[in-house]
Ligand binder design. Structure first.
Ligand SMILES: C[S@@+](CC[C@H](N)C(=O)[O-])C[C@H]1O[C@@H](n2cnc3c(N)ncnc32)[C@H](O)[C@@H]1O
Length: 244
């Protein structure tokens, strides 16, 4: 039986029995192979922009799901899929900007898939802001440990249309409250890793401030105020997390 990492297992948990999936940037293909092996997904598409990863996925298929057919596709982003071809699109282990680019390339096609499970490695705040500005509704958020790191999983329901954000002040408030960086859903769900996640961010911010104060250039000194504001906000969020 294929054993997934905590991160991939947490992503798999968001796929419901019977849902068809496409894994974009599948690499080793372990997640879709697991869903096939478990018979949770009747159809899976393993898609990657590079030939090498697809060959690796093919080898893993032979090892973990011998005799089971899978659909391997070579190409960028959602280009390898037809509109509405699957229920769920998974894009994991890529940078947030790349995920935005993939979803933005063809909005009509993106909207034709009801659910996206996203696991950005970087620029998570930029991805949330892009989703917000483009009217995509985030329904679930989860923090998951991967070795000594904490990863973020974001689930989007494209069938829930949210109004595109028009109001500059609303956006500014969300930015000031760090809502794109630390999702309010993590507070309402009482995510078990939230406190540790905020503590990590506080420590990073304190190190930046210390470094600017001791050996900062004129240019970085001008950013000190921003970092201090951020630290203050993070400490408020940490307190909220202790009392919620
Ligand atoms: C770090 S791996 C992530 C593997 C797996 N999804 C995971 O989360 O463990 C990123 C994969 O995305 C693929 N990739 C990068 N850009 C892509 C794109 N625009 N479309 C499809 N695949 C892409 C790379 O070739 C690589 O195999």
């Amino acid at each position: 039986m294929l054993r997934l990492s905590e991160r991939l297992a947490a992503i798999a948990d968001y796929v419901r029995e019977g849902e068809t999936i496409a894994d974009i940037g599948t690499d080793h293909g372990l997640l879709p192979i697991f869903l096939l092996q478990q018979k949770r997904s009747p159809k899976v598409i393993l898609s990657d922009i590079r030939e090498g990863p697809l060959r690796k996925a093919e080898e893993n298929l032979v090892i973990y799901a011998p005799g089971i057919e899978a659909d391997l596709r070579l190409g960028s982003g959602l280009e390898t899929l037809k509109n509405s071809e699957v229920d769920v699109v998974i894009i994991a282990g890529m940078g947030g900007h790349m995920i935005c680019d993939i979803m933005a390339a063809n909005p009509e096609k993106t909207r034709s898939f009801p659910k996206f499970i996203l696991q950005p490695r970087t620029a998570q705040d930029k991805l949330r802001m892009w989703l917000y500005e483009n009217g995509y509704a985030i329904t679930h958020e989860l923090l998951v440990r991967e070795r000594n790191k904490i990863c973020e999983i974001i689930v989007v329901d494209t069938t829930l249309r949210r109004e595109r954000i028009q109001n500059e002040n609303q956006l500014k408030t969300k930015l000031f409250d760090l809502e794109f960086e630390i999702s309010p859903l993590l507070f309402s769900n009482g995510d078990p890793l939230l406190k540790e996640w905020i503590e990590y961010k506080i420590k990073t911010e304190e190190e930046i401030i210390e470094s600017i104060r001791t050996k900062g250039s004129k240019a970085s000194l001008s950013k000190l105020n921003n970092h201090e504001q951020r630290l203050k906000k993070l400490k408020e969020l940490h307190k909220r997390c202790l009392f919620s």
